[in-house]
Ligand binder design. Sequence first.
Ligand code: SF4
Length: 105
Amino acid sequence: MVSHIDVYVVGGFHTLCLFCPPALNHGEKTMPLKVKIDWNTCIADGVCYAICPQVFEAGPDGKSQIVEQYRDGSETEGNVPDDLADCVEQARTACPTGAITVEKA
Ligand code: SF4
């Protein structure tokens, strides 16, 4: 009898328990992402918030900041749910200055 399946999420395969309460599986699948924006290198061209407005927005001077919902103490740092990982990764790779860094929280 199959009780677990392997599912692919960003970063590798994770085992999904078929009989566990949803909260347990949610906790196993969901690995928040720590997203940082370096304002010293951001040139305020708006690429990231055009690609991923769920996470990035324009700050007062046009430099990118994390949307309020996901901020972690400052405009330039946030904890983002991994269901937005594709969005964040597209923005990170498109950023012309490498101002966005992403790591597992
Ligand atoms: S894509 Fe990079 S340089 Fe452009 S606004 Fe976003 S963080 Fe700044």
